[in-house]
Each structure stands twice: as structure tokens, then as C-alpha cells.
Design a protein around this ligand. Sequence first.
Ligand SMILES: [Zn+2]
Length: 307
Amino acid sequence: MPQLSTPSSAAELDRQVHRLYAVARSARTIAYILAHPQATGASVAHATARIPRALSAARRLLALPGVADHEETPYAISFLTAAKHQLNAPSTKLLRIAATARQAAARADDADDDLRVVVFQHIEERCRFLVEAAAVEPALGRRGWTAREHQASDALQEQAARWELTEDADDVPPTPPTVPAYLSQQAAERTATRARCAAGIRCTEPTCLAYGAVKVTYLVDSWLCADCIKAANTRLNAEGHAPDPVHPVPGGTPESGRYTVTLYNAIGKGARSVKCTTPQRAQFIAETVRPFNNTGYTIHATAPSPN
Ligand SMILES: [Zn+2]
């Protein structure tokens, strides 16, 4: 008697097909992560580990009697195929490179290596831009790359390999990477900004902007240099305020304080904050991190807690 004609075998088959479906749906959901241009290194690692596991689970289920021939199985397989394509797509390689480049840029920043910061940030940006344009998988609702974008992706992967940002970096001859002039220029500007910021936080008087300003009393959110403190007091005294209300906050600009730089969109919505431990770093972040086309900044200081 054929096994599948018994009610219990039919129920068992339904259960296996149902499981196959669940595995296929989860693979598709995870594959969406790899279509996302801002995917983090951790989520890309998660997705690239989970999809192969889902594919092997699906293979085991498909090997069970009757599952491969079930009428609903092709639909589940289409999800699995989409996930596999996404996993192996060049755009997934670009997301991995973007994550590695982001970490490498942070390390270069710690080492004050401005050329590498600029190059790695540029590589990350280009990778994410191409992932945004990509689309590997029509099933995930994205259009495909043009021939030009494919070429750009190949060139970017080669560039990343030369900077040792790819897993197969060892296969590439160690030619010293050449840097386009505009990136060298950006790196030189970054180095100059770093040098300027060594004097500390910038005076918030728009007509002054001298470095080395301090947190002051009376004028909330202001950082003023010695000259601007004098000028502010002269103005306030003339307006009939109590004598010299503006003076440096004692301990208000500690070398090892906690500084929060708020970077905001000057002409629209959005803001983001970066915490720093020195006034120099806070000013450097304020001048070099530009999350918006028109980024404005404020710097706040909190003295470290005594313990
Ligand atoms: Zn000033």
C-alpha cells in the first residue's frame, strides 16, 4: 500500500511542507537585510550566516518523501532561490566591504591617519550608494544594476582589495594603492582641521570663531574667547545688567570632561549626537562629521562625575 494514501502520512507531508514554507519565508525575510544599503556589519554577518543554514534545512526537508513534488513547494523554492541570489550577489560583497571599511576608518581615526579615514569613508559611501542602486533580486522589489553600475562594483571591489578591506585580500599583489587627488586634498583638509582644533572649542560669536573658547555663565549654550567675554560684558553693562555677568564657568571646560556634539540639519529635520572626551575632539567632530548637506552643530559639556 503506498504510504501517502494513509491519513497519518498525508498529515506528516503537510507538516513537512508547512515547515519548508516557514524556512523559506524566514530566508526571504533575512535576505531583505542584504538589500538594505545601511545594513550594519553585525546584521550582514547575521544574514550571511543564517541564509545558508536556512538553505540546508530546506534541502533536508525537500529530500523527505513527497515534499519536492508537493504542489505548494515551487512557491517556497522561489523564496529560497531569491535568498540565495541575494546572498551571492555582488551587492552583498559591497555591504561586507562597507562594514569593514567603516571599522577600518574608525581605527584610522584613532590613529589620526587622515588619508585612510578619507579613503575608507569614501569606499564605504560608494558601496552603500551602489547597494541602494542595486538590485539583485526582482523578488525583493529592486531594479537591477546597469552595466555601468556593474563596472563600478567591480572597480570598487578591486579598490577595496588593494586596501585590504576584503577577505581575499591576500590574493592581490601588494601594489601601493594610488589615491585620487580629490581624496588627498580632503585628507589634507582634515589634517589642517585637526591641527586647528588642537586649540579647543570655537568661539560661538559668528563674527569671531576663534579657537580655544570656554563655557561661560549667563549666555546659555555659548562658548566664548577672552575678547568676546569682554565684549559681551561691555554690551550687557551698557544695557543696564548687573556688572560683568559673563565669565568662564569654573571647571566648565575640563580636558577629560564629557562633551556632546549635536549635529543637526540646519534647513530640515534630523539630528545626531556624538560623545567625546576632550574639547579638541568635540570641535574636530563638529567640523568633520557632516550628516546633512547643511549641518549645524552645538557642543555641550558635562563635567565628569566625581567617582
Ligand atoms: Zn570670540
